[in-house]
Design a protein around this ligand. Structure first.
Ligand SMILES: [Zn+2]
Length: 314
């Protein structure tokens, strides 16, 4: 009976879980913080895997979801902006050398799309677009029953399409991307700027409100908060209209904290989306829904990737 070790590398937490040959309920799981003054994130990752490995001698593969541009064919992480020092890391080789089983690597948002397709809200669909909207915006695409990876595994960076070339700076450092208009960071920045200009609001100027606090204020009728949330939803709708025209999916799955922003956000997103597609045919068989797997999507995507042993296929 072979087991799979799945790992989700986050900017704040490293999560690991051991799964049996079937099902998505872990036999064992553990999480630790990614950063420490004692050792590097790679050492912590290896120690964490080793700690669940003992007693699981039949582990046949490791799957890893990583937060940044990754080449799944080479098993290299090009960059992980939230983890200091992670640049061009041959993580697959490092783990295979250490543990002696095949390791499979993927971008966390791509793998979350894979997980939602295999185990979550996207089951039964053949063409799916997944977006996770929180501090940043990540994406993943299933097209004709395959995870879209592109030439170097870098496809589906859906948060970094340019909406307005001289717009505000995105988390990636470039201007005017979708993430700079529709992420939680963008919502918080807009409110901070409006408060600094003296815009009336129930929100305090100091400390600067978070996207979550702004969402709560919007639910209670604060006009500035409603404007911020609606605007973010509207920009996301424009982005989704682009994705419909590129990928023609039958389902859009929205995850991340901002996707739980409520009716102001949802309605603005839907209106913008309906206004900006070139044909209503894109909408006829389209479902737009919230993610089903929540925070476990990255981990379950790593599980699916490792179980498939897709290295040769992709
Ligand atoms: Zn960007």
């Amino acid at each position: 009976m072979s087991h799979t070790v799945a790992v989700d590398v986050g900017g704040t937490q490293l999560r690991v879980a051991v799964y049996g040959p079937d099902g998505i309920t872990p036999i064992h799981q553990k999480r630790i913080s990614t950063r420490s003054t004692q050792n590097t994130a790679i050492e912590r990752l290896i120690d964490l895997i080793a700690s669940v490995w003992s007693g699981q001698k039949s582990v046949s593969s490791i799957g890893i979801a990583v937060p940044g541009p990754t080449d799944p064919k080479l098993g290299v992480i090009y960059a992980a902006p939230n983890i200091p020092g992670w640049k061009n890391i041959p993580l697959r080789q490092i783990l295979e050398d250490r543990f002696g089983v095949p390791a499979y690597l993927g971008n966390d948002a791509n793998l979350a799309a894979l997980a939602e397709w295999r185990f979550g809200a996207g089951q039964g669909h053949h063409n799916l677009v997944y977006l996770t909207i929180s501090t940043g915006i990540g994406g993943g695409v299933i097209t004709e029953d395959r995870l879209l990876l592109g030439e170097s595994g870098l496809a589906a960076e859906l948060g970094h399409i340019t909406l307005i070339p001289d717009g505000p700076l995105c988390g990636c450092g470039l201007p005017g991307h979708l993430e700079a208009y529709a992420s939680g960071t963008a919502i918080a920045r807009f409110v901070r700027e409006e408060l600094a200009k003296g815009c009336p609001s129930t929100l305090p100027w100091q400390p600067a409100p978070t996207a979550k606090e702004i969402n709560q204020a919007a639910q209670q009728g604060d006009a500035l908060a409603i404007q911020a949330i609606s605007q973010a939803g509207q920009f996301l709708g424009y982005g989704i209209a682009n994705f419909l025209q590129i990928f023609n999916p039958s389902i859009i799955i929205l995850g991340g904290g901002v996707s739980r922003s409520g009716p102001h956000w949802w309605d603005a997103m839907q209106q913008a989306l309906h206004r900006s597609v070139i044909s209503q045919a894109y909408l006829q068989s389209l479902t737009v829904t919230l993610s089903a797997l929540g925070d476990d999507a990255g981990l379950l995507g790593a599980l699916a990737l490792a179980r498939d042993g897709q290295r040769e296929v992709i």
